[in-house]
Design a binder for this molecule. Sequence first.
Ligand SMILES: [Cu+2]
Length: 668
Amino acid sequence: MKRPFFYLIASFWLLQLGAVAQKARPQSEDDFYQIRTIPIPENIELEVGGLAVLPDGRLGVSTRRGEIWLVDNPYMLGGSSPFFSRYAAGLHEVLGLAYRDGAFYCTQRGELTKLTDTDGDGRADVFAPVHRFDLSGNYHEYAYGPIFDKNGDMFVTLNVAWVGYGDGLGKWHGWLLKIKPNGEMSPIATGLRSPAGFTINSANDVFYAENQGDWVGSGRVTHLEKGDFAGNAGGLNWTKEPGSPLTLTKADLKAVDTGAPMHEAAKQLPQIKLPCVWFPHTLMGISTSDILEDTTRGAFGPFAGQYFVADQGHSKIMRMSLEKVKGKYQGACYPFREGFASGLLRLRWGLDGSLFGGMTSRGWASTGKAPYALQRLVWSGKTPFEIKAITAKPDGFEVEFTLPADQKTLQNTMNYQISGFTYKYQSEYGSPIINQQICAIKGAVVSGDRTKVRLVVDGLREGYIHELKISNVQTDQGAGLLHNVGYYTLNNLPEGEKAVLTASQMAHQHAMPKTAAKMPVKAGAKPSEVKSAKRITKMPASWGQPDQVLTVGTRPNLNYSVKEMQVKAGSKVKLVFNNNDDMTHNLVIVKPNAAAAVGKLAENMGLESSGLDYVPNSALVLFHTKLLQPNGSEAIYFLAPTEPGTYTYVCTYPGHASVMQGVLKVTK
Ligand SMILES: [Cu+2]
């Protein structure tokens, strides 16, 4: 009963506001999509691994600690509290949960299990193994799912182990598997590294989200079909087994481990499946997790038919639009909603078209600081002014907006910037951005209803990600875009007619946008080639020898092995940094109390960040190493600050700075 009343007040207030001024405060995500927190009782550690919405309105939640909880009234109707009851316990790391015909299905680390409550007391009493997974015992052998397809078969994904690189030690690890309700298993596709999120869309197609790592330059979403190889070598251990739908081997892959872009490698090895959408690392998120198609038919806003993709490390939800070009899925990603309480792992639709988010951050650091959380994202009913979708045209892109825009700002080609880039395909961990090139915009054609603009673009490259940034485009009321960027993965340029531009549709200046001039990193520059006086890797000849040698390593969960070091003011210091972790890290020495500010600067560096080792150009930064791969090492030389005090060393790799720090005491 409270909602209509609230709307009445809200709309009255908005009317008043509109009368006073058109341009009030800038709009925020919260004006359109509100996060509601579902309170978790104090004695429950709800590290969410899986979510399942029950037809009766309850929510099933599985946890990394091996429990399954039933949440009554998760919508908190009438302001009343939800009620938690424990359905099952003693399971092993339940990272996926589904509900079907009165039973729960979940993945434990070693098994797909069916759980039923036969006596109706609200607790599972039959735990039936459906299919068992082979395990080597490595900590990184996570299992996810199941997701049911249209035929009632289940799909699960199995992580590769981590042994300094990803390896499929247990049988079928690194694979997408199909499992029938009777337990019969067929391997479908491999090349999966860390497939924490996957989905089956309304066309019965499987998509999975991948995390940056070895053979994976950046997060990405890939459409998986039988026999596909999605890129990571680990699962190829099992392609000689009976039932494997492909024969590719690790030896075959060696030939393409050159650091050339993935689409080049795919020309040599056609089994390589290209991602349909890349999620550029740190520009969108840092660890893609769940994917969910918007099947709400408008109950969740103007994005029906598109997809929402969660990011665990950035505690946010991104958006993805897909189209089929030359028979293959490709499309774009966009920012959508940030600010969730913990690391978002699971997304599920509520019965009312709101979106449940299940979260955990233990060992997997996230922007949202809570160790775990359960929240619900609710559409306010207002349409945000957003890039609705970017689609490919034979000679450029068409951009559709959620609302009609002002003709003059839409028409102005100076309001659009397009830049293409990609990543290395390599066995090394991650990748810098490579081959970046600005595209010239030759003209803009605005649709009659002013909701679309077709951009005619020079310099598009197949296989590349294209960043499209929009500035100054406004609605008739003067509202700017809530988010002004999208990244389109252009695997294929479509066939079709090219646009014919009239004089008024052509760009006034055919020149490159001004930003081209200030591109800091040359295409293809290696991070380590970037020279900086703050990173001296050869001992200065005049030193003779250093006064002090410091050695620091890394430990799991974003830790330096040494948390405090001491140096004498002005002394000659050699610092050796060894990265023993399974992620990339750097070590940046900053001025006293500057770690948070430098971390923030690093996160906002944009396209050039990876080329600069995520070290911002700032006076707050004193000395730094390069970004080290797992098992990498570097020594730097510097003169300790002459001013005694408490300095900080921090990893500025996005998402790490708030946690990964140590203290450098400079004494007299
Ligand atoms: Cu780090």
